[in-house]
Design a binder for this molecule. Structure first.
Ligand SMILES: [Zn+2]
Length: 571
């Protein structure tokens, strides 16, 4: 568009912040009508979604000075301040209530001091597993001590209770005070059961510990295998050796011990009781499975360093332009936290978990998105909420707190677009949609992808349960459909397979390691492509007549209906 000029005034209409001088606008209207104008304005917004904007934000957020943005740390406070001040410069409104940008929430963290060895006994026999090398222990509650005394080990297979699949690994067995030995993931062999290879929430480690506590168990140990976890034992070692946070005031039954054991280590343990781990796991594939007491006991004493912390979500709002639709909101979300500083240093002597890709890039995309929307004139019909949430690495805690303490009614939340890690390997022919098939948002993503001459692909690794591993899951639980992309793998100009190889190497070598650092060599053209796609997807949701909906029969459809009903009743 020729001739841009800022802030022009005409009576009755506020053409503020429009960059289109009058004469060309008229020609445009004649040539392309309102649609053309919308595209022009969208293009204006999209133009600011560029590498310079994204790189600038990542460079700051991923710097060593931010010390890995651990919850409650100085780096965390600097991050919150940075995001709030950016929102302010863009003219957004503080959206945390009472004119505030920050929605603080209290966390309690516990750092577990585990014994060097964990000893399993059976009569006079014993198998000792080395801590960290073969066993990770975490206190299951925010307390200074926890202990098990001769607690019996019971194998419970997948440990799932799913009435909708008439599946119950517990039957009517009383497991009070026991230590449950559990398989990770959910049954994958039958496409009609647990959606086949796709990992459902039942297959997540958090579900395993939650249900073990609900069953009154004293402890739970998950058997680690790389296929069933979706990442190697090394990630268990790093992710579970730090401080474990949870939202303060979390009621309900608690475990004394949350444990992970290496496959070989636990194979030796059950062998002591005369069991074969593979045979046990084969039994667990059947609906007839019942818990198997192993005749092995565990005694352990754990010390904990408990710390209460405060962190916060940062919320900024762009009010919508349509009087009827502006009380409904499209949410852009990205977590601003990462793992902070580790106790141990890596081989390069580095202990700062910079979290450059995870998730400085997502926050950078969020801020750049906000800049694009702040230049849209008029603003979209529905309002846009930009939510930088905290403590995601600790179990999606910031988005969970937001979902439990929403600043607007869940039934007024049109959709959430979550950005957790952007593409750093270049433009792609494909757009990878996590949770593809769960809602009618897919159609919008497909239409916009098509306008970029790209194709939509479903989750490449449905068995890794990525849908439940980022913040859109917290909003799904209160009924809000979401869009969550992963980097495409068909990279423009690269041979087939190259993209997947890059991603696998990244998960293997960099994911949740101090080496997740910013590099000038990153190719961000793919990130810009994806961010512009999400910008246009959000704009269409914000301007369409109806609220997005879950696919019929989806696990979150009922929650949506409840949310919309209660929002309507309240009107
Ligand atoms: Zn992340």
């Amino acid at each position: 568009m020729a001739g841009t000029k800022k802030s022009m005034e005409t009576k009755g209409h506020h053409w503020t912040r429009s960059s289109v001088p009058e004469i060309p606008v008229l020609i445009f209207l004649i040539l392309f009508g309102i649609r053309g104008l919308e595209i022009a304005q969208a293009d204006d917004g999209a133009a600011v979604i560029n590498e310079a904007n994204v790189r600038g934000h990542v460079r700051f957020l991923a710097d060593d000075l931010l010390e890995g943005r651990g919850p409650g740390s100085r780096g965390d406070e600097l991050t919150q301040l940075y995001i709030a001040s950016q929102f302010e410069t863009l003219g957004l409104q503080p959206a945390a209530g009472e004119g505030k940008w920050l929605q603080p929430f209290p966390l309690v963290g516990v750092r577990t001091i585990a014994p060097p060895n964990v000893v399993f006994k059976q009569n006079d026999n014993a198998v000792s597993l080395k801590s960290v090398e073969d066993f990770m222990s975490t206190i299951g509650k925010p307390a200074e001590t926890a202990q098990l005394q001769d607690a019996e080990l019971v194998f419970v297979g997948y440990g799932i209770e799913a009435p909708e699949y008439s599946w119950d690994d517990y039957k009517d067995v009383d497991l009070t005070g026991k230590v449950l030995l559990m398989m990770n993931n959910d049954p994958a062999s039958d496409p009609d059961l647990f959606e086949g290879r796709r990992r459902l929430y039942y297959g997540r480690w958090d579900y395993k510990y939650e249900i073990a506590a609900r069953k009154g168990a004293a402890g739970a140990i998950i058997i680690h295998t790389t296929p069933s976890a979706g990442y190697p034992w090394q990630v268990i070692q790093t992710s579970w050796s730090g401080e474990e946070f949870e939202l303060l005031g979390n009621e309900g039954k608690r475990l004394e011990l949350k444990g992970w054991g290496s496959e070989q280590g636990l194979r030796d343990v059950v062998a002591m009781g005369g069991f074969n781990l593979d045979k046990l796991r084969a039994q667990a594939e059947s609906k007839e499975f019942r818990p198997i007491p192993l005749g092995i006991s565990l005694s352990i004493q754990l010390e904990g360093v408990v710390r209460e912390q405060n962190t916060a979500n940062v919320l900024g709002l762009l009010p919508g332009s349509d009087p009827d639709l502006r009380d409904e909101v499209v949410i852009y979300m990205a977590h601003h936290d990462h793992l902070g500083m580790g106790v141990e240093r890596d081989l390069r002597g580095d202990n700062i978990y910079n979290g450059a890709v995870d998730n400085a890039t997502g926050v950078a995309a969020l801020l750049t998105m906000a800049k694009a929307y702040s230049q849209m004139d008029p603003p979209p019909k529905r309002s846009i909420l930009f939510a930088a949430v905290g403590a995601e690495e600790q179990g999606l805690l910031g988005s969970e707190f937001f979902a439990e303490n929403p600043t607007l009614k869940p039934g007024k939340m049109a959709a959430v677009i979550n950005m957790d890690g952007t593409n750093i390997i270049g433009r792609t022919h494909d757009v990878n949609v996590i949770g593809y098939g769960k809602s009618n948002l897919d159609a919008i993503v497909e239409a916009v992808a098509k306008s970029q001459k790209r194709i939509v692909t479903p989750d490449h690794f449905p068995d890794r349960g990525y849908y439940y591993r980022s913040d859109q899951f917290s909003l799904a639980k209160i009924g809000v459909p979401g869009v969550y992309l992963h980097s495409g793998i068909e990279v423009v100009g690269k041979p087939a397979g190259w993209g997947k190889q890059q991603l696998d190497e990244w998960v293997e070598k960099i994911y949740h390691q101090p080496s997740d650092e910013y590099s000038q060599d990153w190719n961000l053209s793919g990130a810009i492509q994806d961010t512009r796609l999400l910008y246009e997807v959000g704009r269409r949701i914000a301007n369409q007549a109806d609220l997005p909906a879950w696919t019929q029969g989806d696990e979150f459809e009922a929650a949506r209906k409840r949310a919309i009903d209660s929002a309507t009743d309240a009107n």
